[in-house]
Design a protein around this ligand. Structure first.
Ligand code: TRP
Length: 362
């Protein structure tokens, strides 16, 4: 049976090549975009849909948008979420009009928290965290799903465009709250085009592709609106430090949370699965199994910006000159620096958040 990757699961995807094929995605080409980001250069970003349209907008300085939604269901985020923010930031810096919505309705429908609670968490934590991680609030349009009537109207209209069987084929399940959430998400993704028809891109973890497929199907069926099909750009999951599943709130013991005290993250790094051999002697002789090392993965995907620096670490580790103790040490130093900066920037953003402009409706 083919495994369905759904937006609600927490499994790791082993075979990204197969996914590209099965989902009919375009393989990501690092040369497509100018000044590719760390995630693009390191092949963490591995696939997309309609990427050349967005690349052309960047090249010709034509209008396009980047959009994403924050689901404020927990009171923390983690390193997996950080990638979405970095991707949004990349497109924002390359000329995209930026939309960030708070999925308060979705949180209420699928996680059972109240709208007020969801909004409060978003204002006190999620939005400031996004700003601390690099989103420019002055260049971003924010809204709450629950306040955006246009999105609701789109969702209602789109409800007529799909059948239960199609929904099941895309998501594997079809319960009412998920149907509501998915249609609302389609409304979110297309909402910027109500004002100005233009291409848009939605950076997401591969698990969110079903939402894009659904939205693209809907656009094809509502030709009258003449919307552009939303483009998608996908990154791989960040594995947990045990290497067994993706980082997620449900396995805090091997997931780097934000915020989290350095002392607690340090313990997790110390316990992480590495590429070290059984004895130091063997390690020196055979070199590390870098592919299996979750600490190297952390450096590669999140903590080392400079390609040359990463390559140096890779070579030393692979050849056995660097031990897994040493690579953990490097990761700890970089992590401490990262967390200190994040905490400082978060505090500042928490003060500034009151000044943000949200779209007001009605
Ligand atoms: N479903 C997303 C999540 O679980 C949140 C979301 C709502 C979203 N609307 C969106 C993401 C539009 C991308 C685009 O986190």
């Amino acid at each position: 049976m083919q495994k369905i990757i759904d937006p609600w699961g927490s499994e790791l995807v082993e075979d990204y090549v197969k996914i590209v094929k099965d989902f009919g995605l375009e393989k990501f080409n690092t040369k497509l975009f100018p000044n590719p980001s760390r995630l693009m250069r390191r092949h963490t970003v591995f696939a997309g849909r309609d990427l050349d349209i967005i690349a052309k907008c960047i090249k010709d300085k034509k209008p396009f948008y980047v959009l994403t939604g924050i689901m404020p269901s927990a009171d923390k985020i983690h390193f997996g979420n950080k990638m979405v923010i970095e991707q949004v930031k990349y497109f924002q810096e390359h000329g995209a009009k930026t939309y960030v919505l708070v999925a308060d309705l979705e949180a209420a429908a699928t996680r059972g928290i109240t709208l007020e609670e969801a909004q409060k968490r978003a204002m006190e934590f999620h939005i400031p965290a996004w700003i601390a991680l690099g989103l420019d609030p002055k260049k971003t349009t924010f809204y709450f799903q629950s306040e955006n009537k246009d999105v609701m109207h789109l969702a209602y209209k789109y409800a007529k465009k799909i059948t239960l069987n199609e929904f099941r084929a895309i998501y594997g399940v079809a319960d009412p709250s998920r149907i509501f959430a998915a249609l609302t998400q389609a409304g979110d993704i297309l909402y910027p085009q109500l004002k100005e028809r233009m291409p848009g891109i939605v950076p997401v973890g591969i698990d969110q592709d079903p939402h894009l497929r659904l939205t693209r199907d809907i656009v094809r069926r509502t030709k009258a609106e003449k919307f552009f099909l939303p483009a998608g750009i996908y990154h791989k999951f960040t594995p947990s430090l045990s290497g067994k599943m993706k980082m997620s709130k449900s396995h805090p013991q091997s997931c780097v949370e934000l915020p989290e005290d350095f002392s607690s993250v340090k313990k997790k790094i110390m316990r992480a699965v590495t590429g070290g051999r059984e004895t130091l002697e063997l390690h020196r002789k055979l070199g590390a199994e870098v592919e299996k090392c979750m600490v190297f993965e952390l450096l590669k995907t999140h903590l080392v910006e400079d390609d040359k620096e990463l390559e140096k670490i890779y070579k030393a580790y692979k050849s056995g000159k660097m031990s897994s103790g040493e690579i953990k040490q490097i990761a700890c130093e970089k992590m401490e620096l990262f967390l200190t900066t994040f905490t400082k920037d978060l505090k500042k953003a928490q003060k500034d958040v009151k000044k943000l402009k949200f779209i007001k409706f009605g």
